[in-house]
Design a protein around this ligand. Structure first.
Ligand code: BDR
Ligand code: CA
Length: 306
């Protein structure tokens, strides 16, 4: 089975991703690291522990990480994800995070598991960037590093040009795209990672944990604008769906991230045609098998149904 370390800021789509990973027999979640993003790191850590407990996975270790971007102020999104950063009324967890910072936890797991480990970072890239500063060999130790973040097309969701995770810590995103040889899964693919809501009422009135899974999909109308029809995009879930079933198509590209304080803060400069004469430093997701993605979400729902 594939060992994964998930760097998260739950966050409703983070929670959907966690449920998909935990329900899949062929994925072994070796730990979660938390970061400030959709909400504060106090909340993302509490939410991560609560989600694990809800999903009968309280034995998965959680390492608390960065509470601020490297440069700039944290800009949270509770209006999208719900009070304290998540919908679904999760009871307070009875467990605690491990006694190690997310950055050290990541480096230790990478050294110990080597190329058996894949890292999926689906919040602001602060922990991963800091881990790269501390252990520059990180990318060659592990198998793959996937990022949910950025937008190769130049169309953002947080601003006109920037995706939220990259906008929230543009300096971290810049270091990660420049030195992690990542597979970037940006809005180009994830805006299409939508789930039809035909069964939403049934989910919401089901016993736990299905009611919470329904609440995680139940985004406010204003943020459903990118989906086909009015279906919400569950960005982070697209990454784990690819690890499970190759639903994304990638192309090599040269990436950089704009960190200036203007209207392009956090935007990606993506060159897929060798326009700048630089070797590709990343792979970029350019397409998603939407039906394949939805089949994996359906399978998760069936497994949660028990
Ligand atoms: C990304 O931003 C966060 O709000 C979501 O959890 C996702 O990781 C989408 O732009
Ligand atoms: Ca996220």
């Amino acid at each position: 089975s594939q060992k994964v370390l998930l760097d998260v800021d739950p966050g409703c789509d983070d929670a959907v991703m966690l449920a998909m990973a935990l329900a899949a027999p062929d994925i072994d979640v070796v730990g979660l690291t938390t970061v400030a993003g959709n909400t504060t790191v106090d909340n993302t850590t509490r939410n991560a522990l609560a989600i694990l407990e809800l999903l009968d996975a309280a034995d998965v270790p959680v390492a608390r990480g960065a509470g601020q971007p490297i440069v700039g102020e944290l800009d949270t999104a509770e209006e999208i994800h719900g009070p304290n950063g998540i919908r679904g009324d999760l009871p307070d967890p009875s467990t605690e995070p491990v006694d190690q910072h997310a950055v050290d936890f990541t480096i230790d797991r990478a050294r110990e598991l080597g190329d058996d480990l894949t890292i999926l970072a689906v919040g602001p890239m602060t922990n991963l960037a800091t881990a790269l500063v501390k252990e520059p060999d990180l990318p060659s130790l592990v198998d793959d590093i996937y990022l949910m973040g950025g937008s190769a097309s130049g169309i953002g969701n947080k601003t006109a040009t920037a995706e939220a995770n990259f906008h929230n810590d543009a300096v971290a995103a810049k270091r990660v795209v420049r030195s992690a040889r990542p597979r970037m899964v940006g809005l180009d693919a994830t805006n299409r990672a939508t789930v039809p809501l035909d069964d939403l009422d049934e989910l919401l009135s089901s016993p736990p944990p299905l009611d919470a899974f329904g609440a995680w999909l139940d985004y406010p109308e204003e943020v459903r604008q990118f989906g086909e029809g009015s279906d919400p995009a569950v960005h982070d879930a697209a990454v784990v769906a690819h690890v499970l079933d190759d639903v994304l198509a990638f192309e090599p590209a040269h990436l950089d991230v704009e960190v200036g304080e203007g209207p392009f803060h956090g935007a990606v400069a993506c060159d897929r045609r060798d326009e700048v004469g630089k070797e590709p430093n990343a792979e970029v997701a350019v397409d998603i098998d939407v039906e394949g993605f939805r089949a994996l979400v359906d399978r998760t729902i069936e497994r949660l149904r028990g």
